[in-house]
Design a protein around this ligand. Sequence first.
Ligand code: ZN
Length: 149
Amino acid sequence: MINPFDDTYFMRKALQEAEAAFEKGEIPVGAVIVVEDRIIARTHNLTELLNDVTAHAEMQAITSAANFLGGKYLNKCSLYVTLEPCQMCAGALYWSQISKIVYGTSDDQRGFKTMGTQLHPKTEVIGGILAKEASALMKRFFIEKRNLN
Ligand SMILES: [Zn+2]
């Protein structure tokens, strides 16, 4: 039997979060954290609303998941995020000891890979899941923003 709860399934949930960010005028990045096929955190970028450069989707997802679990380590969790994490988020994910990171589109300018940020050695990383969808949403956001200014 095929498990319907695959990486694409959870990335769609993260994309829904990114769309919610878009609606609020936030850079559209969404994230969910999953344990045993169950979503325990769903968040999106809120840097404008909170007036806080650290309010990236991943940072909030880490806090939310740790609160849910009642423990700070996420070593049984998978993170799905629509954009490749930046070095701040990669650093936080390192400390969380997260088991798996799945991201959508790459960020060749500010992504952790370009920045050379280390993840936890036990963290599995998969990129490019629904990358086209995530990238299209980002592009649409910046085009609309430009037209407003
Ligand atoms: Zn970040």
